[in-house]
Design a binder for this molecule. Sequence first.
Ligand code: FAD
Ligand code: SF4
Length: 327
Amino acid sequence: MNSFSYQRAVDVEGAVQDISTKNKAKFIAGGTNILDLMKVNVERPEHLTDLTHLPLTEIENTEDGGLRLGALATNAVTAWNEQVQQRYPLLSKAILAGASAQLRNMATNGGNLFQRTRCYYFYDTATPCNKREPGSGCSAINGYNRIHAILGTSEHCIATNPSDMCIALAALDAKVNVTGTKGDRVVDFADFHRLPGDRPELDNNLQPDDLVTSIDLPAKTFSKVQYLKLRDRQSYAFAIVSVAAAIELEGETIKDIRMALGGVAHKPWRDKSAEAMMIGKTPTKENFRLLAETVLATAKGYSYNSFKIELAKRAIVRAFTEALQAV
Ligand SMILES: Cc1cc2nc3c(=O)[nH]c(=O)nc-3n(C[C@H](O)[C@H](O)[C@H](O)COP(=O)(O)OP(=O)(O)OC[C@H]3O[C@@H](n4cnc5c(N)ncnc54)[C@H](O)[C@@H]3O)c2cc1C
Ligand code: SF4
């Protein structure tokens, strides 16, 4: 590991000030991703600004009837929070499907948004990777790409976003509260992460000195939900495909529906026009298959991951079938 300087921030202003005045500086929260990347020489910060003592651990109601999740609240505290469990069970299920109990005790909500891809080549500094070393090439496109993306890919990168929490946040239309040297702003979750395009080194649309202070969940809640995560092991493994499904019925027909896919793209994948198409339809397996066919219509497989296309379609049908069984 390279040597680096370290500063523990005690307030938000101090954290932004510290990171913006240091060369090649990064924030550290729970450390469960950035330290792993530093150990394998993928992240090489010259300075770390420690966020763990910032007063951003609260989970509290917002004036508009929603819920605010502090950026420094751990994934475990968030998943087991009574309000989250009762009003946003989709989020709770998604967080609990991720990592392990020990990791969730350390991992923070803010850090989860910034976790980097699990592409094998990104971690292996002996191989070309445009995300790690812009312009060096993508080893995955013609390599072993079983875990890689099938939607929104580019000729420069086919990596996926590995988060479970973010898939539920996308489906719930969360908003991210950000502060930086240019002041405060609110970022719609759909605009937080980005597709690789010709800048795969960028995972999101934030600036390096932007600090996430909290995540807002809207007042709108769903009780019929399912987070279905398909993976190689039942625990401690990232999603091959995941589905965050939420549905609301009025009588015999669909009044509202949300769906985000994980494990298939560089960002949580939402298709709002496909969701809109489902309004007023009956919640049958045939109609969920129609949703799946529509969302996956532009999917493209590579040598080892074409199986994900049919897997994602079947996962969508199963996730909504199970969501309807929720009381
Ligand atoms: C073995 C293993 C298995 C895992 N399995 C899963 C899984 O199945 N599903 C899943 O979703 N996740 C999984 N994870 C990932 C885990 O959820 C993330 O590592 C964790 O959420 C990151 O949070 P952290 O607080 O530790 O972030 P850190 O490692 O401290 O930071 C990560 C990044 O976020 C930035 N950052 C942190 N907080 C802020 C902030 N408030 N504002 C701006 N930038 C910030 C840091 O600068 C850094 O770049 C796994 C991790 C491991 C090690
Ligand atoms: S898929 Fe992206 S992260 Fe993986 S090797 Fe290619 S450029 Fe790197």
